[in-house]
Design a protein around this ligand. Structure first.
Ligand SMILES: Cc1cc2nc3c(=O)[nH]c(=O)nc-3n(C[C@H](O)[C@H](O)[C@H](O)COP(=O)(O)OP(=O)(O)OC[C@H]3O[C@@H](n4cnc5c(N)ncnc54)[C@H](O)[C@@H]3O)c2cc1C
Length: 400
């Protein structure tokens, strides 16, 4: 594509294209009709997860093949070379159409792993991985956390030992979202136990169907199993699947984590809007305390959207949003918490009993799922540490 279209022309073109491939979302989602799901994590069986993944993949391929995926990527990778915020412009239009919800594995692949491959990959790796990842023919999960290494991620113990031309991986990863449907896992491994912990790490892309990889779903308090344990038992990985230099795994990991924070700023907004709709349709006047809580949430939703615009403004100005992204994630998890509080107050016991009444018991899925996002992608406390150190310039935590 020649030149960069004006944002308004781009949005109109996106709308037009979407109308040819998807149905418009039901007008305004009238209160009391349609789905009342506000699930933060879907409770799917493995088969349902596979089926949903197949549907979403089909949609992502349509977008990519028709020039509406990978918007900010170079043409060489099937993109259009547009500024990063055009992706947000596109999403704003897509929200008005019935398209599959992307869940976690799709953004992880396209927004977290593919950019890390772009930064750290060799030319051969970029050619081999980027198109299939952007088109979601390949889906990648994050094999980062371990039972003894979550917030302190550099403490990972999974070992990668050189053997001939390649490496052998041995270890145990945990909380891996989407491992049941992923075709690749990005594994942070210890390659040198003798040096300072941040210096002894290397990142590998591991085929999830390689001999020695075992995935075990973890039952979450929401009832579903969107994350898993992953055992790596003598898994052979060719050196050509190493991402970044040996011993530079920490920097590779930071690229992925920074992208993850950037991706989290709009979390919880839809459900907060829905909670405010609930306040409007409760069928009785709100008490003073309820009004106060609803007003507080309405202001938060506005501020969170403004923080999102600041991140976009940084992108438009060609800057990498840094700490703004941590503010965004922290704010988003607080919005989710405030949504839970408002809904609990408004519904009282109607929330806890499954009477079949629309838009009541369904909220338990928000209440039980929301705390997960205060942990995933770096806990609230860790986001505060980042803000303290990188924005406020407070002394760094001592490295253990
Ligand atoms: C829904 C969900 C999805 C996830 N998906 C993935 C995934 O796909 N891949 C993956 O690798 N991991 C994933 N995780 C794991 C997640 O990254 C870790 O749970 C998270 O980093 C916290 O690590 P931890 O659970 O070991 O807790 P810990 O690090 O043990 O922390 C325990 C508590 O101590 C606090 N704490 C720890 N260190 C500090 C500190 N320095 N200062 C202040 N407080 C501190 C924490 O904030 C927390 O409250 C997921 C987690 C969730 C909940």
């Amino acid at each position: 594509m020649n030149g960069i279209p004006q944002p308004s022309a781009f949005r109109a073109e996106a709308r037009q294209w979407l109308a040819t491939v998807a149905r418009p979302r039901a007008a305004g989602g009238e209160w009391g009709s349609g789905s009342d799901s506000v699930a933060v994590f879907e409770n799917r069986t493995e088969q349902e997860e596979q089926e949903h993944t197949a549907r979403t993949r089909e949609w992502e391929r349509t977008r990519y093949d028709q020039g509406w995926g990978a918007l900010a990527w170079q043409e060489a990778y099937g993109g259009r070379g547009l500024p990063a915020y055009y992706e947000q412009l596109y999403r704003a239009e897509e929200a008005a159409f019935e398209v599959p919800q992307r869940g976690e594995i799709f953004p992880v692949t396209q927004q977290l792993v593919a950019p890390a491959v772009d930064i750290w990959g060799t030319e051969e790796q970029k050619q081999r991985w980027l198109r299939p990842m952007l088109r979601t023919d390949e889906l990648a999960c994050q094999l980062f956390s371990e039972t003894e290494a979550g917030s302190d991620l550099a403490a990972v113990r999974t070992r990668a030992v050189r053997q001939g031309e390649g490496w052998v991986l041995q270890g145990h990863k945990v909380w891996t979202s989407g491992a049941r449907v992923a075709t690749w896992g990005v594994a942070v491994c210890r390659t040198d136990p003798e040096v300072r912990k941040h210096a002894g790490l290397t990142v590998f892309l591991v085929r999830m169907d390689a001999p020695g990889v075992t995935v075990r779903p973890i039952r979450q308090m929401t009832g579903g199993s969107s994350f898993n344990e992953v055992y790596l038992d003598g898994v052979a990985v060719p050196d050509t699947d190493r991402l970044g230099p040996v011993g530079e795994g920490w920097r590779v990991t930071l690229s992925v984590l920074a992208a993850e924070r950037l991706d989290s700023g709009s979390l919880g907004l839809d459900n907060a809007d829905r909670a405010l709709d609930l306040a409007r349709h409760l069928g009785r006047p709100l008490t003073g305390a309820e009004q106060q809580r609803a007003a507080d949430l309405a202001v938060r939703v506005l501020v969170q959207r403004l923080i999102g615009l600041r991140v976009t403004a940084a992108l438009v100005a060609g800057r990498e949003p840094g700490a703004e992204a941590s503010v965004g994630k922290l704010y988003a998890t607080a919005t989710m918490r405030h949504t839970s509080e408002l809904v609990s107050e408004l519904l009282g016991p109607r929330l806890a009993a499954d009477t079949g009444e629309w838009g009541t018991y369904a909220w338990t899925e928000h209440l039980l799922g929301a705390p997960g996002y205060s942990i995933a992608g770096g806990t609230d406390e860790i986001q505060r540490n980042i803000l303290a150190e990188r924005v406020l310039g407070l002394p760094k935590e001592p490295v253990r």
